[in-house]
Ligand binder design. Structure first.
Ligand code: DGL
Length: 263
């Protein structure tokens, strides 16, 4: 069981930013990744639809022999992680949420910005997160429709993307944010561009590395950490396989096998 793979999924390529952190921290682990690109963006879908997708993907990853599950998507976590934990009690399951707690601890100006999907920002889980950790700071939330679709096309710095991103960042800067949470796993791929738009003393916070550490803790607790050499990562997409193969080298350093996911 220790050498079994870890299942990771996202609505698309965003979770690759989390997969990279997992691979960096846990290089012996074999990784399976499902990108539900045929149903992008989750951020504008109903919670019920996302729950159905989470359940279908988790079932598939279980059939593939995964020993643990990482929901590498903030939007899928708010909609589906509770059901997944109920339906797969045997699995260590790691979800993700915008890094409100570390951002509230880090801000000096007392104003924190959150870039995330509409689905995440409108969820009760996000409201609860603010109630719990952000009572002493001002939080400016900014939904970012359209960004995920551009990133899915492999676009990380076109003039269109730059303009759209600028329009989302501007209100946060105007409000005096010195800490910006990247609350969607697609957005870490925009860090180089974002850094050009903000002053050096503004921090960008994402949760990929924290998720990898939490996964390590859960695996260690259950004596499930792999010791042998990892197999090459395997990828499935519910979108166009060739398209995924084309953009994978931009977003993922290692090689990997890409197959069709049609569940
Ligand atoms: N990557 C996902 C997240 O972390 C959402 C992208 C989407 O809207 O599909 O929220």
């Amino acid at each position: 069981m220790r050498e079994a793979p870890i299942g990771v999924f996202d609505s698309g390529v965003g979770g690759l930013s989390v997969l990279a952190e997992i691979q960096r921290l846990l290089p012996n682990e074999s990784l399976l990744y499902v990108a539900d690109c045929g149903n992008i963006p989750y951020g504008e879908k109903t919670a019920q639809f996302i729950q159905q997708r989470c359940s279908a993907i988790a079932g598939f990853l279980q059939q593939q022999g995964a020993k643990a599950l990482v929901v590498a998507c903030n939007t899928a976590t708010v909609a589906g992680v509770a059901d997944l934990r109920r339906d797969y009690p045997q699995w260590p399951i790691v979800g993700m949420e915008p890094a409100v707690k570390p951002a509230a601890a880090a801000t000096r100006s007392g104003v924190v910005g959150v870039l995330a999907t509409t689905g995440t920002l409108q969820s009760a889980k996000f409201a609860a997160l603010l109630d719990r950790f952000a009572t002493d700071v001002r939080v400016i939330t900014q939904p970012c429709p359209g960004l995920v679709e551009l990133i899915e096309n492999g676009d990380l710095h076109s003039p269109t993307l730059r303009q759209l991103l600028q329009s989302y960042v501007e209100p946060l800067l105007a409000a005096g944010c010195d800490t910006i949470i990247l609350g969607c796993t697609h957005y870490p791929f925009l860090k180089p561009l974002l850094k050009q738009m903000i002053a050096d003393d503004i921090s960008l916070i994402d949760t990929g590395a924290a998720v990898a550490r939490q996964l390590q803790r859960l695996l260690a607790e259950r004596d499930l950490l792999a010791h042998g050499a990892a197999s090459a990562a395997q990828f499935w997409t519910s979108g166009e396989e060739q398209h995924f193969r084309n953009i994978l080298p931009k977003l993922w350093t290692s090689s990997g096998i890409v197959q069709k996911f049609d569940v």
